[in-house]
Design a protein around this ligand. Structure first.
Ligand SMILES: [Zn+2]
Ligand SMILES: [Zn+2]
Length: 242
């Protein structure tokens, strides 16, 4: 954000990041919009963060993992968390940040990431890394929405940010235009660790806006592991239910 925009945001009253209504407080969402967002809270899978159907987990303990995670032999992520469910109500907040230059929402959304990542901060990670976008798309859009979130999240969490070690070296077709298998293929060669010395032996938190199939995050985690990362975590704003 430029100096002028910073100044404007100081003199203007805070607005709801979803509907634009003027707010009394600084929490970023009006009561009505807050009620419409499906925030993810316990009980959830301690590993992948998938919300549990509470009735089915009466004897729930806070560190329980879902059947899917228990089955897996190899875990790309120690832990994954998301702030809310991706649906028609939450979609706009994300698209606004991504394509409509509503960057004033970033500090509010970064706070949501911080809250969602509570269990992860307890693990004392070393670095926060945004999922990168290719520089050509960056030129067009002028900013990477995930890096913008990290800019506010890093000081909040007290964890250093690394914007340069993980890069996207092919201009892949936007993932939203593809289906499952095609998405995975589109990404296979897309990510690379440019500075492995910054990654080696580190506990890394990957940040992205949405996790749908999880293939983007998975590919990033794979290259981070190959570069010697000690552990990889992820926090996204939204996730699809599954
Ligand atoms: Zn609102
Ligand atoms: Zn799970």
């Amino acid at each position: 954000m430029g100096l002028l925009q910073n100044f404007i945001s100081l003199i203007l009253p805070p607005r709801c990041i979803k509907c634009g209504k003027v707010l009394d407080g600084h929490n970023g969402l009006c009561a009505e919009c807050f009620g419409k967002i499906d925030f993810i809270s316990a009980p959830m899978c301690y590993c992948c963060g998938r919300p549990f159907d509470s009735a089915a987990h009466i004897k729930y303990n806070a560190k329980q993992c879902c059947a899917n995670c228990l089955k897996k032999k190899r875990h790309l992520f120690v832990m994954q968390r998301s702030a809310f469910i991706y649906n028609d109500e939450s979609k706009n907040m994300i698209l606004d940040l991504k394509f409509r230059d509503k960057t004033f929402a970033a500090p509010v959304l970064a706070n949501m990431l911080f809250a969602a990542g509570r269990d992860i901060w307890e693990q004392k990670p070393d670095l926060i890394v945004p999922v990168p976008i290719h520089y050509l798309r960056m030129l067009k859009r002028r900013y990477n929405q995930s890096a913008l979130l990290v800019k506010y999240l890093s000081p909040r969490a007290g964890v250093m940010a690394d914007y340069t070690s993980l890069i996207r070296h092919e201009n892949t077709i936007p993932q939203v235009q593809l289906s499952g298998e095609a998405r995975r293929k589109n990404l296979t060669t897309a990510f690379m660790v440019k500075y492995p010395q910054n990654i080696k032996g580190k506990k890394i938190v990957l940040i992205d806006d949405v996790a749908t199939t999880g293939s983007t995050l998975n590919e990033c985690a794979k290259v981070l592991h190959r570069a010697g990362a000690k552990a990889v975590y992820s926090i996204t704003l939204a996730r699809t239910e599954k």
